[in-house]
Design a protein around this ligand. Structure first.
Ligand SMILES: [Zn+2]
Length: 114
């Protein structure tokens, strides 16, 4: 029968393989934004206002800095895939850490029982 530690080692091996196959990464969240322009007679100044948009905006934070960027319609697919890859990376790293903690505890216990 396969030991728990063996199963964990195999699980970690599969996580590592998945990590090497991840494509482009981007942290962030997409949101829809509506804007007003500079023209005083534009429909966005009407009552009720008819604002321009929606525009897709990507917000992310990195090294304690928050940033935003507008994403073109033509870039949306790629950016969505990058965001999804990034989430996957975080999920896999979380799984690896959990498996590793359990594996380290098993090894530590075995070491002490010697
Ligand atoms: Zn306008």
């Amino acid at each position: 029968m396969k030991s728990r530690s063996q199963a964990l080692e195999e699980h970690i091996g599969r996580i590592k393989t998945k990590l090497t196959r991840l494509g482009e990464l981007r942290p962030g969240v997409l949101s829809e934004q509506y804007n007003v322009c500079g023209s005083p007679t534009c429909r966005c100044k009407a009552d009720p206002p008819h604002k321009h948009g929606p525009y897709q905006q990507l917000s992310w934070s990195r090294k304690s800095k928050s940033r935003t960027r507008f994403i073109k319609e033509s870039e949306l697919r790629t950016v969505r895939a990058q965001i999804s890859n990034y989430k996957r990376l975080q999920g896999l790293v979380g799984e690896w850490v959990d498996a590793s903690i359990e594996l380290c505890d098993i090894k530590r216990k075995l070491e002490r029982e010697k």
